[in-house]
Each structure stands twice: as C-alpha cells, then as structure tokens.
Write a protein that binds this ligand. Structure first.
Ligand code: PLP
Length: 388
C-alpha cells in the first residue's frame, strides 16, 4: 500500500493485528498482572502490568497514530496524564498556561504543582504575542487548550508553537474538545498532546481516562519512566472500552459537528438567546482560525440566555433529551450551567470578568436526531422566556 491510511481507517486498525495465538480480530483484554519470563531478567515484551500491558499498548499505539505522533501513553484520567507530564519539570521551573483552561488543570497547576516548586502564570492564549511575552527564561512548559471550556475561544496553535520553539519551551495542547478527528496539534507544531479520553475519544460516558502523545523520543522515554514510576495507569478493561469507543470517533465526530452546526444556526436566530458561541459559526470572532486549524466546529455550543440565571434555570430544568449534567463528548446530549456547576469554584467577579456570566449555558450535542434535539431546545427556550 502506498498512501498513508486516513483517520477512519487508523481508528479501527492502528496498533491492532489479529491475536497471533487465536486470531481474535478484536484486541483481547489481558488482565494478568504478571508475564512469564523465558529466562530470569529477560522478559518478552511485558513483565508487570503497571509497566506495560498488551491491551493498553494497543490503545497507546492507536491514539499515537490518530494524533500523527510516534509515542502514546495512556493514564487513569486526563488529570493523571497532566500530573505525569508536570513531573517532567523540576523545582523552579515555570509554566505559562492559557487563562481559560479546564478547571482541574488550573487547580492542578495553582494548588498542587506549587508543592513541587513549579510556578504558573496564566495569560490570554487568544493573543499569541501576549502569550509569548509571558515566557520567562525559566519557563519550561507552555499549556494551551483550543477550543476552550466553556467559552470556546481558540488559540492559534501554529503561531504559539513558533514562539515556544524559538525559546526552547515545550508546548502541550489539551486537544480534548476538538479530538484528533477535528484537529492535530502536533502537525501544527505542538510537542505533546493531552487528552481526557473520558470525553470524545471514548465517547460513551462510561470510562474516565487520559492520554499523552508525542513525536519527541527523549520526552517519550521520560514519560515511559514516569508512567511506571508514578503509576497512574488505566485498567486493561478501561483500555478495552476506550479502544472500542475510539473506533467510531471519526463518524461520531462528523455527526456531532453536523448536528451542532445546525442547532447553533437555529439558536442564533432565537429571540430568547442573546449570543451563541460556536467556532463553526461565521459570527464567532475566530471563525477564520477555526477554518484553518480545525476540520469542523466541534460538538459543544455555549449560549447566553436573555434573562440571566432565572431564565437559565427554567431552560435547564425544562429540557428532556439534554440531561442536566457535567462532562461532555458522549453519545447523549448534556446541558450544564458553568457558573453554578463546572466553574462554580471561580469567584463570581473573576468568572464574569472572563465572560462566564449567569445566563451562560453549555450544551454537549449528542447523536440523537437533530429534529428531536431542536424540538427540545425550542420548548425549553419558550419556558426560559416565560415570566415566573
Ligand atoms: C475533562 C477534561 C480534563 C480532565 O480529564 P479527566 O479525565 O476528567 O481527569 C482535562 N481537560 C479537558 C479539556 C477536559 O474536558
């Protein structure tokens, strides 16, 4: 075969050969914690399941291939992946991080990594020059997310990567929201990509998991050491579930994008809605960047409802198909109120300063039929407008 396999093919086949013993087409779940060695100290590929496991190895190879990377590492959660990556740093090292990143990442950097002597500065990552200006001589890691949560702001990954490469700073992109189906940060110049596989990659809201992928052999060697040394590894069963989920990532993502695009267009015209934030809309301030950097606007829409918190409460409690719940990226639609739920730990004045007001609602658009989802949104919007 001459051409490189494309995403749909890689999602199903990368890292996966039929089992050499029985010919099983789907990778078996290898639960054994230990592996027999032909000679003392000379194991075959695996010796102990924390250090390496056959089911996990298949998942790691598949995720690396999907991100066009060379090395993949799976973890027990997205936060476990982030923790492991932070252990590549030393006391005194500095991190520059986008100011609108996942709350757990912010907490890890500001309230846990500080105990390791790591200091973090947060900066608006929508402005690459401002981001570059925050890099210091002791900065070792730059951390961005694009699109961000819940405001769906984009960071110009290629522009930031040029600055970080110039300064010898490693760039990590949390690619959870776009998923490898819509965006490949390593091809845009990132050194390492982080995923919460809990979201789109597994896609069925039944596993918590994480991953790191890179092309850099030195970083990979360090991550392999740390994955084993810190031990925040996923179970073989969870690896199996994520592998099962990721096979449909490209088709799921295509439908998430189609449905979200249609709903975003309709929401934008609805009188109960003040503003729609969706990178696929022409009205998004970074729509052009979305077109060059992503292959679709994603499956998350944030809306600002007229009438603030009371309207948002009426809307959220009136929804039928959208479950009122945190998390995102599953087959089922979810709705949440960032100010009261996922981002409640941020003080109100700070929250409002970055744009997370009381009328803001985040929708994770699932795979239900677009007509049913629109009917649901429409009836809940009419209740949101009703005076109480
Ligand atoms: C959920 C999430 C994480 C954390 O992942 P867990 O699997 O919950 O530990 C990190 N980044 C983003 C963007 C997320 O949405």
């Amino acid at each position: 075969m001459s051409s490189q396999p494309l995403l749909e093919t890689l999602a199903i086949h990368a890292g996966q050969e039929p089992d050499p013993v029985h010919g099983a087409v789907m990778p078996p779940i290898t639960l054994s914690t230990t592996f027999a060695q032909p000679e003392p100290g000379k194991p075959l590929r695996f010796d102990y399941s924390r250090s390496g496991n056959p089911t996990r190895a298949v998942l790691e190879a598949c995720l690396a291939a999907l991100e066009r990377a060379s090395f993949g590492f799976a973890f027990a959660s997205g936060c476990a992946a982030a923790t492991t990556l932070l252990h590549t740093l030393r006391p005194g090292d500095h991190v520059v991080c986008g100011d609108d990143v996942y709350g757990g990442t912010y907490r890890l950097l500001q309230h846990a990594a500080t105990a390791l002597g790591i200091r973090t500065t947060t900066v608006d990552a929508t402005d690459p020059a401002a981001f570059a200006a925050a890099l210091r001589p002791e900065t070792k890691l730059a951390w961005i997310e694009s699109p961000t949560n819940p405001l769906l702001k984009l960071a110009d990954v290629a522009a930031i990567a040029r600055y970080t490469a110039e300064r010898g700073v490693r760039l990590v992109v949390d690619n959870t929201f776009a998923s490898p189906a819509l965006q490949n940060p390593i091809e845009l110049g990132a050194d390492v990509v982080l995923h919460s596989t809990t979201k789109y990659i597994n896609g069925h809201s039944d596993v918590v998991g994480g991953a790191l992928v890179t092309r850099d052999p030195q970083l990979a060697e360090r991550l392999r050491f740390l994955q084993n040394a810190l031990g925040a590894v996923p179970s073989p069963f969870d690896c199996y579930l994520v592998l099962r989920g990721v096979k449909t990532l490209p088709v799921r993502m295509q439908r998430h994008v189609e449905t979200a695009s249609e709903l975003a267009r309709r929401l934008e015209e609805h009188p109960a809605v003040e503003r729609v934030l969706y990178p696929g809309l022409r009205s998004h301030p970074q729509h052009e960047l979305a077109r060059t950097q992503m292959r679709g606007g994603g499956g998350i829409i944030s809306i600002v409802l007229r009438g603030g918190e009371p309207a948002a409460r009426r809307f959220l409690t009136s929804l039928r198909w959208f479950a009122l719940a945190e998390s995102l990226g599953g087959v089922e639609s979810l709705a949440e109120h960032p100010a009261l739920m996922t981002h409640a730990s941020i003080p109100k004045d700070k929250r409002e300063a970055i744009g997370i007001g009381d009328g803001l609602v985040r929708l994770s658009v699932g795979l239900e039929h677009v007509h049913d989802l629109w009917a649901d949104l429409e009836q809940a919007l009419s209740k949101a407008r009703a005076e109480t």
